[in-house]
Design a protein around this ligand. Structure first.
Ligand SMILES: NC(=O)C1=CN([C@@H]2O[C@H](COP(=O)(O)OP(=O)(O)OC[C@H]3O[C@@H](n4cnc5c(N)ncnc54)[C@H](OP(=O)(O)O)[C@@H]3O)[C@@H](O)[C@H]2O)C=CC1
Ligand SMILES: O=C(O)CCC(=O)C(=O)O
Length: 443
């Protein structure tokens, strides 16, 4: 049995039931076999065994009182996975599905993603099984304050810097930041995605979606093609999906579909993004409300968004939202490119289909890295006590995404798998972290 297989077997034995973590670790580690062969020193230093074990894993009680005066209890998590190249960095997810396996898969992916940005940030992730949907602002605030009342002692501008993810946007970051400041009496860059009036960065809100489209455009450019005139399907209708749609439209693509967890809309004439923003960002409504105004558009309940024929597919909702059958349908319908705004939206089977059929395909840890990269730019601005213009941040973001594309293509080519950006992203992301871990000794 190979070293990689032994590490994976032990990981599954030690972490039973954490199926998303098993999936993410399997995807990464199996592509590292040739790197391990070339670098036997990694095995001697038990580098993979250390890499798959979080440096620290926190689980805590989050009690709060709802509007009816009832006491509610949620579970909070923060997994501080790897600090070899910088302070732990990664979002917080508030969603009823959250459990330790999901937080660990996200934290593990974050290690390699953050490395690919070229910026000094380690990997971490956190969250809670709290569901902000249907809660009043007052309830969300009560929850966030209780969550931070425990979390504050573990984080800091130079140790661990959380941000948003599913269910955590500007409102939640504001409440979390207010409570941190109140408890610690420190005004510091302990969270990113902050509001513009209290240390946030211009373009952070847009960054994940914009970055996704920048790297997609770069991949098309490398194939002498552009996004102009392409038919695009985007899943989700949250932060990433909205700003991916915006940038794709600005570059001349026609986005025809969006979704949420209830269903999907198809608008043959192209999505009216101002309407989507009004529904999702202002009203916090459901995507089906779109067809009340755009009466020529269709709404379909449930799954099925990947049955729409398109040139470019941008999954931007959640993990495992695109399975093997969905991939085969997209390929049969002529998809040219798939780039992941969400974290691990494709199952291992779907990924295999894209690679086998030579579809241009960029996995999430490379394609959605623009969000965390811009968070690191927010930290830099806070450290300098300066704010850069939107254009300056956006320029830097574009440079970072082009550089990520270069790194993943070069690593894929160097390991005899040109165009395989799953392997390219894993190897390029891994090597920097692995070398830093080797330099720092057995810790
Ligand atoms: N925000 C960021 O900067 C970054 C986010 N990501 C990843 O992008 C993805 C989307 O995040 P973000 O846009 O921030 O989150 P939001 O909470 O803003 O939006 C999430 C969207 O995905 C849908 N969704 C969530 N869970 C499910 C589910 N189980 N089934 C179907 N649809 C679902 C939501 O629908 P509904 O409203 O019905 O729940 C909503 O439309 C996640 O995978 C996240 O990890 C990656 C990098 C950075
Ligand atoms: O901005 C950040 O720190 C984290 C973003 C995030 O959670 C992610 O990249 O998945």
């Amino acid at each position: 049995m190979s070293y990689v297989s032994e590490v994976l077997e032990e990981l599954i034995r030690k972490n039973p039931g954490e199926k998303e973590f098993h999936q993410a670790a399997t995807e990464v580690l199996t592509t590292l076999e040739p790197v391990i062969e070339k670098n036997p020193q990694f095995q001697k230093a038990a580098l993979l065994e250390r890499l798959v074990e979080p440096e620290r894993q926190l689980k805590f009680r989050v009690p709060w009182v709802d509007d009816k005066g009832n006491v509610q209890v949620n579970v909070g998590y923060r997994v501080e996975f790897n600090s070899a190249i910088g302070p732990y960095k990664g979002g917080l997810r508030f969603h009823p599905s959250v459990n330790i396996g999901i937080i660990k898969f996200l934290g593990f992916e974050q290690i390699f993603k953050n490395s690919l940005t070229g910026l000094p940030i380690g990997g971490g992730k956190g969250g809670s099984d709290f569901d902000p949907k249907g809660k009043s602002d007052n309830e969300v605030m009560a929850f966030c304050q209780s969550f931070m009342t425990e979390l504050y002692r573990h984080i800091g501008a130079d140790t661990d810097v959380p941000a948003g993810d599913i269910g955590v946007g500007g409102r939640e970051i504001g409440y979390l930041y207010g409570q941190y400041k109140r408890i610690t009496n420190r005004y510091e860059s302990v969270l990113t995605g902050k509001g513009l009036t209290y240390g946030g960065s211009l373009a952070r809100k847009e960054a994940t979606g914009y970055g996704l489209v920048y790297i997609t455009a770069e991949m098309l450019r490398a194939h002498n093609d552009t996004l102009a005139g392409k038919k695009v399907v985007v899943s989700g209708s949250g932060n990433v999906a909205i700003y991916a749609t915006e940038k794709a439209q600005q570059l001349g693509a026609k986005v025809v579909a969006l979704s949420d967890s209830n269903g999907w809309i198809y608008d043959e004439e192209g999505i009216d993004l101002a309407l989507v923003k009004e529904i999702k960002e202002v009203r916090r409504g459901r995507i089906k409300e779109y067809v009340q105004t755009r009466t020529n558009a269709e709404y379909h309940e449930g799954k099925g968004i990947w049955t729409i024929p398109c040139d470019v597919a941008l999954p931007c909702a959640t993990q495992n939202e695109l399975n093997g059958d969905d991939a085969r349908t997209l390929i049969k319908n002529g998809v040219l490119a798939v780039a992941e705004g969400a974290n691990m939206p494709s199952t291992l089977e779907a990924t295999e289909e894209f690679l086998k059929n030579k579809i241009m395909y960029i996995p999430g840890k490379a394609a959605n890295a623009g969000g965390v990269a811009t968070s690191a730019l927010e930290m830099s601005q806070n450290a300098q006590r300066l704010s850069w213009s939107f254009e300056e941040v956006d320029q830097k973001l574009q440079g970072i995404m082009v550089n990520i594309y270069r790194q993943i293509s070069e690593a894929a080519a160097a390991y005899d798998a040109p165009g395989n950006f799953v392997l390219g992203a894993n190897i390029a992301g891994f090597l920097k972290v692995a070398n830093a871990m080797m330099d720092q000794g057995i810790v």
